[in-house]
Write a protein that binds this ligand. Structure first.
Ligand code: MG
Length: 395
């Protein structure tokens, strides 16, 4: 076995998750704004020692699966079987058929969204060293064995007990052969791969798991973890922005990312989209990170005629870099004409598209200035904006 071994991961997502209550398979539900399965797979996709990630999903879930995992790189998903064991075997066979099978394979449940890079590293190391290993954590409750009538039959010594987690990790050739043999012999009842490996005669070692690497099973698990993750983004900030552009020659205006035919254009270095410029300043303001001019100097020729959705995407990227989320965006357009009311929904949808937010988190409002001042004289358009963002507490 080379050191370090080559490694692949199988993420099993074919189950229906019925114990987690209504709302569809639990692995596709949102947890603090991100699908559970994306949280479970991303640490493998991003781990430098994992060469390939092989997901196994239910054939009925193709569309929701692709949607949930946008932005991650993984092997084409294969369809699972009737049992978890059959699904894992489908993943192993897919890796075997792909050529150049890995030295070791990690098998992970999509319902464990908090797996860390450190646990993955320990799994690869343990599989390379022992051939078969699983992450465990100490049991904190005293465990009772009960009789069919509900009486205590025995109290096992807690010091000898561990809770089993995933990713369970194996030499690829050993676990593939064990799964094939179990299928040949009609054994389809193993609930985890370590039990199957034991049955196949392998010695299964343990390595240090992580109490945070819990499995989401019940509605209460979802509610508790949602609350925990929400509290972790408790640094709530509001930023505001303001922008003005004068009319010049032209035949259209860019307003909140929407192209609006008009008998004037904007005098501006970029496309002059006052709504989006105010929004960028609002987001940067909430981050206390300068303003649109400091990030995109008007003196820099590369921004000449630039579409302003790029500036918004950049500001959203700054929020993501800080581990934050945008809770709400609002723009108020101040002009006599064009009329904003009929454009409002298109503007909200465009901002939602640029930012990746649900449209319910985007507000667009409009007012005139009662024919007073430069907007009243129709010399240009002004816009104000606010952004509410949530960041992890850092100080
Ligand atoms: Mg501007």
């Amino acid at each position: 076995m080379p050191n370090p071994p080559t490694a692949a991961a199988i993420v099993v997502a074919a189950g229906r998750g019925l114990r987690a209550g209504p709302g569809g398979p639990k692995q596709y539900r949102m947890l603090a704004g991100e699908p559970v399965i994306a949280r479970a797979m991303a640490p493998f996709c991003r781990h430098p020692a994992i060469g390939a990630v092989q997901p196994v999903r239910n054939p009925d879930d193709a569309e929701i699966f692709d949607q949930a995992l946008q932005g991650l790189t993984y092997r084409p998903a294969v369809s699972g079987g009737a049992t978890r064991q059959a699904s894992v075997r489908a993943g192993l066979e897919a890796l075997a058929a792909a050529g150049a099978p890995p030295d070791v394979v990690l098998i992970h449940d999509a319902a464990r969204p908090f797996v860390s890079a450190a646990v993955i590293s320990r799994a690869i190391e343990a599989a390379g060293r022992t051939g078969a290993a699983l992450p465990v954590v100490p049991v904190t409750d005293t465990i009772k064995q009960v009789t069919p009538s509900g009486d205590v039959g025995a109290t096992p010594d807690r010091a000898t007990l561990r809770s089993a987690q995933t990713p369970q990790a194996f030499r690829f050739d050993l676990i593939l052969e064990a799964h094939r043999r179990a299928a040949r012999e009609g054994r389809e009842d193993f609930t985890d791969d370590a039990a199957l490996a034991e049955w196949a005669g392998l010695t299964v070692a343990t390595f240090e798991g992580d109490v945070a690497n819990m499995k989401l099973t019940t509605p209460e698990d979802f509610a508790r973890e949602e609350a925990r993750l929400g509290a972790a983004l408790g640094d709530i900030r509001t930023g505001t922005g303001y922008d003005v552009h004068a009319f010049g020659d032209g035949d259209h205006l860019m307003l909140c990312g929407v192209r609006v035919p008009y008998h004037r254009g904007f005098l501006a270095h970029s496309d002059g989209d006052v709504g989006l410029h105010a929004l960028v300043d609002a987001i940067l303001g909430a981050l206390a990170d300068g303003d649109i001019g400091s990030h995109f100097p008007p003196s820099d020729p590369q921004w000449k005629g630039a579409a302003s959705d790029r500036f918004v995407a950049y500001a959203m990227g700054k929020v993501a870099e800080r581990g934050g989320r945008v809770a709400h965006l609002e723009v108020t357009m101040i002009c006599e004409a064009p009329k904003i009311g009929p454009l409002r929904e298109a503007m909200r949808e465009r901002i939602a598209e640029i930012t990746g937010l649900p449209v319910g988190r985007v507000a667009v409002k409009a007012t005139t200035s009662e024919r007073l001042g430069f907007t009243g004289r129709q010399e240009g358009i002004a816009a104000t904006a606010s952004a509410t963002i949530r960041l992890p507490w850092s100080d």
